[in-house]
Design a protein around this ligand. Structure first.
Ligand code: 6GU
Length: 235
């Protein structure tokens, strides 16, 4: 059972996005827990304000440290040990599959989502253990990145994908892109499903799929192919 806690100003955005499909079913089945904490609930301002102008001037607003710190303290008060706190920021390490695997081992994970021009540095210094980005582009807030990470981590949690080994078989898990997939009908727009897949010959199917993975990786992700060759020797 993995527990995800998201500190955010937009709890419904995160919960609506994650309570559907495979992740939603995994929550219902008790494999995961997902909780969104509304930072605004921890404002002690009479207008529930959570942001203010940046010292030194500049555009936009900065999220104030106290509501975030109070939300964090309230969250960790009944945890056995201090959890990893991931701040979603384009200034972080870029998220990848190995990081997802590592984070899937943590029983509790806290995701801190910023908005506007960011968060007061002092509370980040106090509570954040990991700075993570989901790629080199700029988003308006950390909610979508947190949802991306939770989706990628959740599918690695035992029981979330009922198919025993489907988490291990996919793109990146062996350093190659996944082979092409086919289902019925056997002919579509004059295109036939490759004969080998209908042959019932499991060894030939396995070989064909590996060849397709290699071909596809060379064509589409030469950077991954280079890494694969370096790690695994020749094909
Ligand atoms: Cl993690 N947060 C925000 N706000 N923008 C991003 C990002 C994260 N990753 C890429 N762009």
């Amino acid at each position: 059972m993995n527990r995800f806690h998201i500190l955010t100003l937009f709890p419904e955005m995160v919960m609506d996005g994650l309570n559907t499909s495979i992740i939603g079913r995994a929550v219902e089945a008790g494999h995961l827990k997902i909780q969104a904490v509304n930072i605004r609930d921890y404002s002690q301002n009479k207008h529930m304000k959570v942001d203010d102008y940046p010292y030194g001037g500049g555009a936009g607003l900065v999220m104030q440290p106290e509501p975030i710190y109070r939300a964090y303290e309230d969250l960790v008060k009944d945890m056995k040990k201090k959890p990893r706190v991931i701040y979603m920021t384009p200034q972080g390490r870029v998220f990848h599959q190995d990081m997802a695997k590592e984070l899937a081992k943590e029983e509790e994970l806290v995701f801190l989502c910023g908005h506007y021009e960011g968060i007061d540095e002092r509370v980040l210094e106090e509570i954040v253990t990991d700075y993570v980005s989901i790629g080199d582009y700029v988003l308006t807030g950390g909610e979508l990145p947190a949802m991306v990470m939770i989706d990628a981590i959740s599918r690695l949690v035992p029981g979330v994908l009922h198919n025993d080994d489907s988490a291990g078989d996919e793109s990146f898990e062996n350093g190659l892109l996944e082979y092409p997939q086919y289902t019925r009908p056997p002919v579509f727009l004059d295109k036939k499903v490759p004969d080998v897949l209908l042959s019932g010959h499991h060894e030939n199917i396995r070989k064909w799929r590996h060849e397709q993975s290699v071909k596809r990786t060379k064509e589409r992700r030469p950077d991954l192919w280079k890494e694969y060759e370096e790690n695994e020797g020749k094909e």
